[in-house]
Design a protein around this ligand. Sequence first.
Ligand code: PLP
Length: 401
Amino acid sequence: MENYHVDENGFYGEFGGAYIPEILYQCVHELQEAYLPIIESKKFQNEYRALLRDYVGRPSPLYFAKRMSQKYGCKIYLKREDLNHTGAHKINNTIGQILLAKKMGKTRIIAETGAGQHGVATATVCALMNMKCEIFMGATDVERQHTNVERMKMLGAEVHPVRTGNKTLSDACSEAIRDWCCHPKDTFYIVGSTMGPHPYPDIVARMQSIISEELKTQLQEKIGRDYPDYLIACIGGGSNAAGTIYHYVNDERVKIVLAEAGGHGYETDHTAATFHRGTTGILHGAKILVMQNEDGQIQEAFTISAGLDYPGVGPMHCNMYKAGRTEVLSINDDEAIYAGYELTRTEGIIPAIESAHAIAALKKKKFKSYDVVVLTVSGRGDKDVDTYLKNKEMAKEYGDF
Ligand SMILES: *Cc1c(COP(=O)(O)O)cnc(C)c1O
């Protein structure tokens, strides 16, 4: 049987690994040696799970969406990561990594952020743990995502605008890696998705795997078996998707459908559809699928959704996609906007524009009436209300609301 989890060398098939500058070798190696014994220890697990319960508000509900189910002729359950503290799944990961940082004796935290969601989730746990926090964010994003910058500052973080390249997420990642090179001893880099050099993709996947761990129990209670027929999630770097599928990756009874950001269309130059457009390359320390030109210049990602705006995708997902284990659908901006309104008017849940990409995938699949479909709502849409209202027109062709 295939095994889609990481191997002992940090690879997922041909993808992954740790392609890092010499100067980082020591601290990445230290992390590779330290992470499993710490994460698997009873002490870590007790602290981690207590915080997930009392601080984050887990378990997140698994909600049977009755009206959506009627509409799509199957049984749709929503995994409500939007109800977590700070409004998305990202806090599951930052809670885990800051505990790991403390156990490794680190005193300073750095992180990259695009839309600012991971920056806020990191600044939040740093306030909680009284740790020094510095966030790298593209100068363009600092302007576009002003509220999140203010939230980070209020939480006590220092925000560094990055003025290189396109001044967006990809440049912020490079800058965070550069800072880490300068302070390898005292600094822990909290990576925000299933990206970066080994062991980060595995660390983040394990921290988010609480999602599918809960799904097993919740499905058993609700439908009398612990697996669904379909799992659906949106995918940027791949962390909410990894958490959703983690305990099912090697279970072929469960079909996996991921929704990536098509932007104006995966066949255009305004897209973030990495699976459809990417080729194998090395970005931010790992071998992954990357949108790049023939010379290996990284192509800027484009999508209405700031959280999916990244030209690469994590190695676990690259491997599963290449092996045919996952189906990836490209969802365009207008389809996502429509789906956001659709969930809002059908169930009274305003999803993050990222999560709306997953909702839009429902339309593109044919389900049987007895199919159990679990869809992860990765975050809440409060931050996106302006975007929905401003772009309502573009979704008109799909229906009225
Ligand atoms: C950041 C974010 C994403 C995309 O990141 P993944 O690592 O692919 O999960 C999706 N949804 C929300 C709400 C986000 O904040």
